[in-house]
Design a protein around this ligand. Structure first.
Ligand code: FMN
Length: 296
């Protein structure tokens, strides 16, 4: 059978928005009816929300809901709220096509960044009163520990020593957190050096762990830690690459007392649109199935 072409175009009227409901409800099962969906999209439209849709033979097979926003963290950015493809159309790269088209539209509208619904957003959404402490290590990289910090760490030094100012601030953020979410790429088989620098500030003898004859004992109390890692290639089976990121982060956080670590890996992100779509499908089902269990 020959498949007809996919056409990408915005849903422009109520009939077209309503036609997207059977696909959108796969992602948003709490939507009760097509009418409710159309009414909500119309309300959101007033606040800048738009539905870019992949159409095949005039039928919507993949809607993507997005809006342009601006804040002090990202500047002007395009936020992707919803992206789903109909069941029979998965693994054909439609998700990747939509993602790319939303990014292009965002750039046309002056956005420097595409922000996706993430594990962090889901955690925050389930706890509407939660305060989110965000530390963007790429935008604001912590300094690599210098000799002064090492000397302070290795000799008994009070926690209020000025050399510990940044370390104390980062540890306090961690102590205040009920959930910790880390988003990181894999660089050269492990964590990027900015994340390693942050780790060197938070893993501190006598402050976040004690050294005993029986080994290192964590001082922080346990809490869920979710690590979402992005990989250009694949780990594991041949011709895979070694993964030093997962065991390293597990060991580091166990050392300071955080034992409940969960890992979501997005792999193959440099292997073309189909691999990206597979990784996103995997991430979406993880967030639908596993994340609610973790949040309890
Ligand atoms: C310096 C550098 C080293 C990288 N090393 C690896 C690696 O060892 N394994 C891997 O799967 N991907 C590696 N990548 C690819 C990144 O993981 C990939 O760029 C990342 O997942 C984010 O995707 P993006 O570039 O689309 O944002 C590397 C990228 C850079 C820039």
């Amino acid at each position: 059978m020959r498949m007809t072409e996919i056409v990408l175009r915005h849903a422009e009227n109520t009939a077209e928005i309503t036609a997207c409901f059977p696909v959108m409800v796969l992602l948003r099962p709490h939507l009760a009816s097509a009418d409710e969906f159309a009414a909500r999209v119309a309300r959101q439209h007033a606040a800048g929300y738009r539905l870019l849709v992949a159409w095949r033979d005039g039928m919507p097979v993949g809607p993507a809901g997005y809006r342009v926003e601006e804040n002090l963290i990202h500047g002007r950015f395009v936020y992707l709220d919803d992206l789903v493809t109909s069941e029979g159309e998965r693994r054909h790269g439609i998700g990747a096509l939509l993602l790319e088209a939303v990014a292009v539209e965002g750039r046309r509208l002056g956005c420097s960044r595409l922000v996706l619904d993430t594990a962090l957003e889901r955690v925050a959404a389930q706890r509407p009163c939660a305060r989110v402490i965000e530390r963007d290590l790429a935008a604001d990289p912590p300094p690599h520990p210098d000799l002064e910090l090492y000397e302070a760490i290795l000799s008994p030094t009070p926690d209020d020593d000025p050399r510990f100012a940044l370390s104390e601030q980062m540890i306090a953020e961690l102590e205040a957190a009920d959930f910790v979410v880390i988003g990181t790429p894999m660089n050269n088989f492990t964590v990027p050096s900015t994340l390693k620098a942050w780790i060197d500030h938070i893993v501190r003898i006598r402050r976040t762990f004690r050294s005993t004859p029986a080994g290192k004992i964590g001082i922080l109390h346990d809490r869920p830690l979710i690590v979402v890692s992005a990989h250009g290639g694949y780990c594991g089976d041949a011709p895979g690459q070694p993964d030093f990121l997962t065991p390293y982060l597990r060991a580091v956080f166990e050392t300071i007392g955080i034992r409940s670590a969960e890992f979501l890996r997005l792999e193959g992100l440099a292997r073309g649109p189909e691999a990206v779509a597979r990784a996103l499908d995997h991430a979406n089902s993880w967030m639908e199935c596993r994340l609610p269990q973790l949040l309890g």
